[in-house]
Write a protein that binds this ligand. Structure first.
Ligand SMILES: [Zn+2]
Ligand SMILES: [Zn+2]
Length: 433
């Protein structure tokens, strides 16, 4: 299949060597004209359809046509068109084969391919080709490796490219299986929220299974664009923007969960409130859930945690990141289905009781950031007792394989581990005792 992929890198394969220098100059001029067309910004010199179609490469390439087609080509090559045997007959492949070839390309390469010729453009409008939609692949700038220094225009062109891609996808109603993005939906000036919602409304999420929704930030956006100056006087502005972004998320998540109820794997920063927890309950088939912190500090209600776990009956793995300010807070967790629990990224979050009969692996830390200034009351039960009572099938803690009799006796390795992760008065780290 690498032959196919090599063929689809027209920069090397489709461009005849003899024409390259002339065409590069021509293509650079065309790139300038195409720059504002949106989908892919600076087009490589290869995106000049007329060259690729009119002038096949002289170097022979591997022919993947059928036996009949090969004979036909061979016959013709001896008589009328001797040079045609070196031409890769992609256009003669059956439709299914062509689509299969395009399936191996990522989003950006598909977009480039759609600009090669009208046939490829039409093929790439097939909804089934867009099963993996990942907007995190888009770079800020395609010229970053050429010594060019990015400026504000690069981000504007990035926005144009990405939004044109969203519009293009919305028009063809892609049948997605995987969907990823990282845009600050609370940044109204950039307008990501409208574009993403429009795409969601026009997509087919029937087969969607894996999703990453980073709605709290646009990592590609250079920090110097906004010229943010963190001053105490602006604290209220930060809080207002944070809350506005949270409200946007609640509405957005309502829309998303109403469209994508079959997903099995979901990762996102989570804004804990009654409505977002209730909407999460629509995802009854969820098996893997990764909830990152939405901002910096947030206290979550025990009732929200209970409702979340109760309404996800197939959940096998949960990774939780919650940062609670000032002190350690005790929580209970109950799940019949959960096999893997990771709270090692939580700060200020501690378990006082669990009821997880199928839990097998557990990850936990006391100070994920190394900051041990958090207040730990002396009333916490020992983590060992909590696990013995509520997780009888446990097999490992932080990668340490538990001995068969772990419920009866604490081994030296376990004791050493508890001294770093257990908040009870016996195991509490010495600097906090
Ligand atoms: Zn740039
Ligand atoms: Zn302990």
């Amino acid at each position: 299949m690498s032959v196919f992929l090599d063929f689809l890198r027209p920069r090397r394969r489709l461009q005849p060597n003899t024409l390259q220098s002339n065409n590069e100059e021509k293509a650079q001029r065309k790139n300038k004209a195409h720059k504002e067309n949106g989908l892919h910004g600076t087009l490589p010199p290869v995106c000049v359809p007329s060259v690729t179609e009119r002038r096949p490469p002289r170097t022979p390439t591997v022919c993947l046509a059928s036996g009949t087609e090969r004979k036909a080509l061979k016959g013709r090559s001896k008589t009328k068109q001797p040079k045609e045997k070196s031409y890769f007959p992609f256009q003669r492949l059956p439709l299914d084969c062509k689509l299969k070839v395009f399936m191996f390309l990522n989003m950006i390469d598909k977009g480039r391919s759609a600009q090669v010729c009208t046939e490829w453009q039409d093929l790439l409008k097939m909804p089934s080709l867009w099963v993996d939609v990942d907007f995190t692949l888009f770079p800020l700038c395609f010229n970053a490796n050429t010594g060019h220094t990015c400026n504000r225009d690069c981000y504007e062109q990035y926005q144009i490219r990405v939004k044109a891609s969203m519009k293009h996808l919305a028009a063809i109603s892609p049948v997605m299986k995987r969907f990823c993005f990282a845009f600050d939906i609370g940044d109204f000036a950039d307008g990501w929220l409208n574009s993403v919602e429009d795409l969601i409304l026009h997509s087919n999420f029937r087969d969607l299974t894996c999703v990453y929704l980073n709605w709290k930030e646009t990592p590609v956006k250079p920090f110097w664009i906004e010229q943010v100056q963190y001053k105490w006087e602006k604290y209220n502005d930060y809080v207002y923007r944070h809350r506005r972004r949270g409200r946007c998320f609640v509405n957005f998540f309502d829309l998303f969960t109403s469209q994508a109820s079959n997903i099995k794997c979901l990762a996102l920063p989570f804004y804990w409130n009654e409505r977002s927890v209730r909407n999460m309950a629509r995802l009854r088939n969820l098996e893997v859930l990764i909830l990152e912190k939405d901002y910096v500090f947030q206290i979550i209600n025990q009732s929200h945690l209970n409702e979340l776990l109760l309404n996800l009956p197939k959940l096998r793995k949960l990774v939780l990141e919650v940062w609670i300010p000032e002190r350690l807070w005790p929580y209970e967790m109950t799940s019949e289905s959960l096999q893997h629990l990771d709270i090692s990224q939580c700060r200020g979050f501690c378990l006082k009781k669990v009821n997880m009969p199928n839990l097998e692996t557990f990850r936990v830390t006391l100070f994920p950031t190394g900051d041990s200034s958090i207040l730990i009351p002396d009333t916490f039960p020992c983590l060992h007792d909590v696990l013995v009572q509520g997780a009888p099938e446990l097999k490992s803690i932080n990668g340490l394989k538990l001995p068969n009799d772990w419920k009866l006796e604490i081994s030296p390795q376990m004791e050493s581990l508890y001294r770093t992760v257990c908040p009870c008065i016996r195991h509490k780290p010495s600097q906090l005792a």
